[in-house]
Ligand binder design. Structure first.
Ligand SMILES: Cc1cc2nc3c(=O)[nH]c(=O)nc-3n(C[C@H](O)[C@H](O)[C@H](O)COP(=O)(O)OP(=O)(O)OC[C@H]3O[C@@H](n4cnc5c(N)ncnc54)[C@H](O)[C@@H]3O)c2cc1C
Length: 423
């Protein structure tokens, strides 16, 4: 073993800040890789690590209760030999002294918590609109409390306006629609999800909203949210206004790294890590939504994932580097796999969503879609709807040398619609 946790480690051991899926995978990983020293996780929420993806889906449709779906109970962590400090906010780190300042149970007095190795796994929080909002009726969705509060309001039958048509906005719109509500989605770009998956496929998928009775307004910039004690509507940059009883803001997330300012650790779009997920120090690592890193799977382009699978896989990889060292673990590369459940269909995507796009198959009701992104003769990305077999095949091709002709081979020729737009 030649990682920072592989040799002789001090008595402080490993401390992970952030009790989300990325932090969870780190502590599971170091145990799996054979590290048996002290491990602690410090998390600001009062819950043990829980599953966020259902918060915009099954929790808002009522299929799941509005309670934290914790991956494991306290016994699990006790058996793993991991100390879980929940409801504890880390406010600062002194890297050279290897000590964290932590506010336990909302106390204003910071306690000093030492570490031999530190993993930053503090995730991200929803971006707010740059305008004042009424105190009631305006929501974001990140935590189980956010989702519970929104669900309670959806049950009163409100007119819902969703600001932002990205993954979270689209899923919230879909859930609200399944409750029979009047829903409008406002999107600043030409199509929702355009920045994430490119214009061609985004344009196709925007049809999902309309097919399901949601009013979609693209090119709509929000300039204000109006109301007194409670929200009454949204004002757009063309001067028009849309009445709303509930507004959900889904305009992206901001990495939660302010507590690192002044630490000397490299901050840019989140904590900037190297290809081994180290952050400017041999003993500090970063994983999950809070960090950017040069993705070895796409030629070392720096990126920040906001996807569940990448966060967990980064956690497992950081654990290998911590225990066995960077030479054994190698650089971290990821195809940035994501999924999204909207209007009863499953969207899956992976790879890089640039280059020529070919929509290989698309049903008019969007119950199925297969698209691939090519660069030259190689497949670089894929997005599918309800096509798991084709998705698995395309995903395997990403980063391989298999020629493009193989990618489209399995598609029914009659359904080929063409595509081909270069971004
Ligand atoms: C509603 C919703 C639906 C989603 N659906 C999907 C989906 O369908 N598919 C998909 O691929 N991805 C989805 N995602 C994204 C996925 O859930 C995230 O990428 C993943 O949760 C990131 O994990 P993380 O551990 O990096 O961060 P988080 O889960 O955000 O965990 C970070 C934790 O750190 C804590 N923290 C922050 N600052 C501090 C501090 N200073 N001290 C102590 N603790 C701190 C936070 O409170 C939080 O509990 C969804 C996300 C949301 C919110």
């Amino acid at each position: 073993m030649s990682g920072v946790l592989g040799g002789r480690v001090g008595s402080a051991g490993l401390v992970v800040v952030g009790a989300g899926v990325a932090g969870l995978r780190v502590v599971q990983g170091v145990r799996r890789e054979g590290y048996d020293g002290p491990v602690s996780v410090i998390g600001a929420e009062t819950h043990l690590p829980y599953d966020r993806p259902p918060l915009s889906k099954q929790v808002l449709t009522g299929e799941l209760g509005a309670v934290a779906a914790e991956y494991h109970g306290r016994d699990y962590f006790r058996d793993l030999g991991v100390t879980m400090l929940t409801g504890a906010q880390v406010s600062a780190v002194d890297v050279s002294a290897r000590v964290l300042s932590v506010q336990l149970d909302g106390s204003s007095v910071a306690e000093q918590v030492p570490f031999d190795a530190l993993v930053v796994a503090t995730g991200a929080r929803p971006r707010r609109l740059p305008c004042a909002v009424p105190p009631r009726g305006v929501h974001v969705v990140r935590t189980v409390e956010d989702s519970a509060a929104l669900y309670a309001e959806l049950l009163t039958g409100p007119k819902v306006v969703v600001v932002g048509g990205g993954f979270i906005g689209a899923e919230v719109a879909s859930s609200a629609r399944s409750l029979g509500l009047d829903v409008t989605v406002l999107e600043a770009a030409r199509s929702p999800m355009e920045r994430a998956i490119g214009p061609v496929v985004a344009r196709s998928l925007s049809g999902l909203h309309e097919l399901n009775g949601v009013s979609l307004r693209c090119g709509a910039g929000v300039t204000g949210i109006v109301g007194g004690d409670r929200v009454e509507g949204v004002v757009l940059d063309d001067g028009s206004a849309i009445a709303a009883d509930v507004v959900v803001v889904g305009v992206g997330v901001v990495p939660d790294v302010e507590w690192l300012s002044g630490s000397g650790l490299p901050l840019g779009d989140g904590l900037e890590c190297d290809q081994f997920l180290r952050a400017g120090s041999d003993v500090v690592f970063g994983v999950g939504d809070a960090v950017s890193w040069p993705n070895a799977a796409v030629g070392g382009v720096r990126m920040r994932s906001q996807q569940w699978t990448t966060a967990g896989d980064q956690g497992a990889h950081a654990a290998r580097v911590l225990v066995h060292g960077s030479q054994v673990a190698g650089p971290f590369g990821h195809d940035m796999y994501f999924w999204s459940d909207q209007y009863g269909v499953k969207i899956q995507g992976a790879g890089v969503f640039a280059g020529d796009v070919e929509v290989v198959e698309e049903r008019p009701d969007l119950s199925r879609l297969v698209s691939a992104y090519r660069q030259g003769e190689l497949v670089r990305g894929a997005v599918t709807v309800n096509a798991p077999k084709q998705f698995r095949r395309l995903r395997k091709m990403i980063g391989s040398r298999e020629p493009w002709s193989e990618a489209v081979e399995f598609a029914p020729a009659a359904a080929v619609l063409g595509g081909g737009e270069v971004r």
